[in-house]
Write a protein that binds this ligand. Structure first.
Ligand SMILES: Nc1ncnc2c1ncn2[C@@H]1O[C@H](COP(=O)(O)OP(=O)(O)OP(=O)(O)O)[C@@H](O)[C@H]1O
Ligand SMILES: [Mg+2]
Length: 261
């Protein structure tokens, strides 16, 4: 059984007057298997975040089904941990407090403390654990957000362009960290990115969506091992993926609008 399965998924949104709807996703069939690191790429507005929202349980499909280990996803669950592009940290709490805050209160303070310290250490923030978010850099804040999600020990990690707001060097560093965490933990990860190199570095599979309405345009399997980003294999793959990328579908250009009968 797949970890997450999308079968014949359509998603559309009604406009304000509720007489027309915009189709955002069309007929998505996607299976996420155990221990995969699936990178979803595609032009802006093609529905990548919508797919993650459906997997997280923040949204329901208009048609089709989205299941987690065979069960229909009807609501968010701690089993599917989400890391957003924005850090969404609590500014009045320090690093420890931010990671401790969502943990199960049935755990003792001591147990929670051990979990918090373990994940602070994992993301390399031990020296900053008593600092508040406004004293941290963007990269550090995103590490806190990752540690906070990992501390909940989710079965699946859903990441929506988690490093896109960061500078190139910090992003590369965090890419490596997330790859190391995945190698150690072998969690199932779904990772949305605009950055093809990031997808080539991290993904065991890359899934490309077309511009709106989003449909699956192509898939590439890369295996689980580390890869040589300067190899001919990766360079050819990069060229192939880029040649398939459609131009940005910003604003409403190309969007399919249907009338509700
Ligand atoms: N709640 C909503 N109501 C109406 N339209 C929405 C809603 N959420 C998303 N959309 C529309 O759905 C489309 C897909 O949005 P989505 O955020 O999934 O795209 P994306 O691929 O993640 O884009 P980006 O790369 O810019 O983050 C967009 O056209 C967006 O305007
Ligand atoms: Mg998005």
């Amino acid at each position: 059984m797949s970890v997450i399965e999308m079968n014949g998924v359509y998603k559309s949104y009604l406009n304000r007057k509720r007489d027309t709807a915009t189709i955002v996703l069309r007929n998505i069939d996607l299976r996420i298997e155990e221990n995969e690191f699936v990178c979803i790429v595609g032009p802006s507005g093609c529905g990548k975040t919508t797919i993650l929202n459906l997997m997280a349980g923040f949204e329901r499909p208009t048609k089709g089904s989205v299941t987690y280990r065979g069960e229909e996803i009807t609501a968010p669950s701690f089993k599917r941990g989400v890391v957003f592009q924005e850090y969404s940290l609590l500014p009045w709490m320090d690093v420890r407090g931010n990671i401790d805050f969502p943990l199960d209160r049935k755990l003792s303070a001591d147990e929670r403390g051990k979990i918090v310290d373990k994940y602070i250490d994992l993301v390399g923030l031990s020296e900053h654990k008593d600092q508040r978010p406004n004293h941290l850099s963007g990269g550090m804040k995103q590490r806190v957000a990752i540690a906070r999600t990992l501390a909940l020990r989710p079965d699946v990690l859903l990441m929506d362009e988690p490093f896109s707001a960061l500078d190139e060097q910090t992003r590369k560093h965090l890419d490596q960290e997330i790859r190391d965490i995945w190698t150690k933990d072998r969690k199932t990860v779904v990772f949305v990115t605009h950055n093809i190199n990031e997808a080539l570095l991290l993904g065991t599979r890359i899934v490309m969506l077309s511009s709106s309405p989003g449909q699956i345009l192509g898939e590439w399997r890369l295996g689980t091992g580390p890869r040589d980003m300067s190899s001919k294999y990766i360079s050819d793959l990069r060229d192939e993926i880029i040649s398939k990328l459609e131009p940005c579908a910003c604003a409403s250009a190309g969007k399919k609008v249907i009338t509700i009968e």
